[in-house]
Design a protein around this ligand. Structure first.
Ligand SMILES: *Cc1c(COP(=O)(O)O)cnc(C)c1O
Length: 506
């Protein structure tokens, strides 16, 4: 610790520079302890004080480049300088997703236990592609996915248990889960058809494959079709923005008559635009009868199914081959953590398994071994189940349920405020934490209202289109949002509407 070379003060900048000869490690464990504690304080101060920050930044595109050097420093910088630059350079360009005045998109989960688990995950820093690569990483994930599956009352077939055929895996995102399901389904149908008619080439099959989702599905579903090289057709949703049997059946009959091969359906529970629910009890049996893989995307809404009063929204999951939702949206587990279950793990493993020698280990054939690299697109994976373990234990199921219920209550509170103002209308049924509303009147009027809301930057919202209507989405997002924030947000929206309606228009 005393190789100060030039005799400089250890705490001054010169200490780091003169120690360069020791290698690139400029932070030792003693300094890490000190800086780590400071960083925890910085984070707690940030989150405690976030309400005082403007929720949406004032910067223009390209704001950052002129504020920092054009190349990385040759000599190490000081930690103090980096931290002070966070406030000077980074924070002015941050959208504060965890501000209680952030009501845009869907929530992004955030909790202290998850943040702490993430530090531990970084420290262990394993790449858990196989059981042997870090047994705890694989085994905790399998058990956490079973815990979570039981919280949702998923059918037994989706759980890993001791030697189950099903099981769960943590993907990075719902988009990835949809793509993985589509690719597995594509492999499965291809093998089935080739077994029946050995002369059939993969190319000949691929060009006939067709997948379906509702016209309200997330754009990631369409992307999965593009990446997977198969046709994806949008089924027109009904008056409540739900996919129904009749419309799906109609498309199927038409496509089969044209010689196409229907093989994959994505049902959405809780659509991104308006939180509508596809009719699983109608769509599920059709998928089973037609031998099509049914994947359920419940990215946002899935968290609510841990509450008995919302569990009915998941009825019909028994028809599905795979089911996915994002604890990183609404279950207090910081990004990334997307929970995916399959009924038959062999469907995934069968599609993605390759075993080069350097990844083999000598536990291959035990039924207890899971090598998660076969369940996902990348090879590498972080120890993300630590976040679930910390959060589930620190909150308990009751704490998690209370959290969901509070958000739903706040959404209904906002809904009532909108209903009490005759200038506004509610656009779709409020089931969970999202309220879709608009001024009665033209799209132009509503676009202008949103423009005024987002340029005032007191709250942040994003819009959606429901058929031909421009609609404002008010999503309960932050962990710390309270009734007072919702009331303030509504007062603000109502005032902006008053001034907008007072403006003479042409
Ligand atoms: C948010 C959302 C997604 C995308 O989630 P990622 O994890 O970011 O890929 C997909 N589907 C629905 C319904 C969503 O709401």
């Amino acid at each position: 610790m005393s190789q100060t070379g030039g005799g400089g003060d250890k705490r001054s900048g010169t200490w780091h520079r003169c120690c360069l000869w020791r290698g690139p490690a400029t932070m030792d464990s003693a300094e890490f302890r000190r800086r780590g504690k400071e960083m925890v304080d910085f984070v707690a101060d940030y989150l405690e004080g976030i309400e005082g920050r403007q929720v949406y930044p004032d910067v223009e595109p390209g704001y950052l480049r002129p504020l920092i050097p054009t190349t990385a420093p040759e000599e190490p910088d000081m930690f103090e300088d980096i931290i002070s630059d966070v406030e000077k350079i980074i924070m002015p360009g941050v959208t504060h997703w965890h501000s209680p005045f952030f009501f845009a998109y869907f929530p992004s989960a955030n909790s202290y236990p998850a943040l702490l688990a993430d530090i531990l995950c970084g420290a262990i820093g394993c790449i858990g592609f196989s059981w042997a690569a870090s047994p705890a990483c694989t085994e905790l994930e399998t058990v956490m996915m079973d815990w979570l599956g039981k919280m949702l009352k998923l059918p037994e077939a989706f759980l890993a248990g001791q030697v189950g055929e099903g099981g769960g895996v943590i993907q990075g995102s719902a988009s990835e889960a949809t793509l993985v399901a589509l690719l597995a389904a594509r492999t499965k149908v291809t093998r089935r058809l080739q077994a029946a008619s050995p002369g059939l080439t993969q190319g000949a099959i691929m060009e006939k494959l067709v997948a379906y989702s509702s016209d309200q599905a997330h754009s990631s579903v369409e992307r999965a079709g593009l990446i997977g090289g198969v046709k994806l057709k949008a089924i027109p949703s009904d008056g409540k923005f739900a996919m129904r049997a009749s419309a799906l059946q109609e498309a199927l009959e038409r496509d089969k008559a044209e010689g196409l091969i229907p093989f994959f359906v994505v049902a959405t529970l809780g659509t991104t635009s308006c939180c509508s629910f596809d009719n699983l009890l109608e769509v599920g049996p059709i998928c089973n009868k037609e031998d099509m893989w049914l994947h359920i995307d419940a990215a946002y809404a899935g968290s609510s199914f841990i509450c008995p009063e919302f569990r009915h929204l998941l009825n019909g999951v028994e028809f599905a081959d795979s089911f996915n939702f994002n604890p990183h949206k609404w279950l207090l587990v910081n990004f990334d953590c997307s929970a995916m279950w399959v009924k038959k793990r062999t469907d995934l493993i069968g599609a993605f398994k390759l075993d080069p020698l350097y990844l083999k280990h000598n536990h291959q054939d035990s039924g207890l071994i899971t090598d998660y690299r076969h369940w996902q697109l990348p090879l590498g994976r972080r120890f993300r189940s630590l976040k679930m373990w910390f959060v589930f234990r620190m909150y308990g199921v009751k704490g998690l349920q209370a959290y969901i219920r509070k958000h739903v209550r706040l959404a209904h509170e906002f809904e009532r405020l909108v209903q009490q103002d005759p200038r506004f209308e509610i656009c779709t049924e409020v089931t969970l934490g999202l309220v879709c509303f608009r001024l009665k009147g033209s799209n132009r009027l509503n676009e202008e209202l949103l423009e005024r809301i987002n340029s005032a930057k007191k709250i942040h919202l994003v819009p959606c289109h429901l058929r031909d209507k421009f609609v404002l989405r008010f999503a309960i997002c932050a962990r710390t949002v309270e009734s007072a924030h919702v009331q303030l947000a509504w007062k603000h929206v109502a005032q902006l509407a008053t001034s907008l309606l007072a403006t003479p228009r042409d």
